[in-house]
Design a protein around this ligand. Sequence first.
Ligand SMILES: Nc1ncnc2c1ncn2[C@@H]1O[C@H](COP(=O)(O)OP(=O)(O)O)[C@@H](O)[C@H]1O
Ligand SMILES: CC(=O)N[C@@H](CCC(=O)OP(=O)(O)O)C(=O)O
Length: 257
Amino acid sequence: MALNKLTIIKVGGKIVEEEDTLKQLLHDFSTIEGSKILVHGGGRSATKLAERLGIESKMVDGRRITDSETLQVVTMVYGGLVNKNIVAGLQSLGVNALGLTGADMDIIRSEKRPVKDIDYGFVGDVKKVKADVLKLLIDQGIVPIVAPLSHDGKGHMLNTNADTMAAETAQAMSEYYDVSLVYCFEKKGVLMDEHDDDSVIPQLDKASYQKYVQEGIIQGGMLPKLENAFKSIEKGVSEVVITQASEIGKGKGTTII
Ligand SMILES: Nc1ncnc2c1ncn2[C@@H]1O[C@H](COP(=O)(O)OP(=O)(O)O)[C@@H](O)[C@H]1O
Ligand SMILES: CC(=O)N[C@@H](CCC(=O)OP(=O)(O)O)C(=O)O
């Protein structure tokens, strides 16, 4: 029997921090038919609040070094401000959104990343996504809105890259659904030249990805997105697309092959 379709949209920090772009995204998300989940970031909003509090933000390969003060900031920003703004916005559009961190209903459990060359601090590597619980919610007509926070099951929240949260959720949900994972950000897709929006790479395979990383064409925040995209395809996700938020479902952007 063919599996039902599930669309997982990941939306990044630049879109969620601006009222107009967020409003447009929520409108576009509300029009997606069928089962869906929204995973959001908010890195830029966390960096701004940290700055106002006099806390410096450090990123390595697109991931935040999270000390205990930074963990407080990201918990407030992702689990509070950003998540609840999205939930309220979607409710106003008739979408029965439910905001969740990984701790809520134990949906996403992680382990603190071991210290190797770099100590990322309170950053979680995802160990388990409770796909069955998310499915129960979806079956009730609820639309889960997932913040980039997981927990370790011992009482600690852990900061977790939103691209990874979306990918791990997509992989786990593939047991029950035919999953499309769409990474939405402010550019039209993965670009040959970051500053030229007309240089979209329509299809990207792993060999080309590795070559572009070496050449410096792909870097920074695009790294966790693409690492997660390739892993998702390998682990049963039907489709992974990287595109501009306004072009969801229009067959544009970069498709991972
Ligand atoms: N080849 C590339 N094509 C598009 N963006 C790229 C590329 N290489 C690096 N980037 C950078 O990656 C960023 C997206 O990562 P990030 O800011 O983490 O996204 P998000 O909006 O999901 O939080 C882009 O804004 C861009 O600056
Ligand atoms: C560990 C880690 O890097 N966590 C990310 C979580 C937020 C995020 O991923 O937000 P964007 O999608 O807006 O980049 C961070 O704190 O920046």
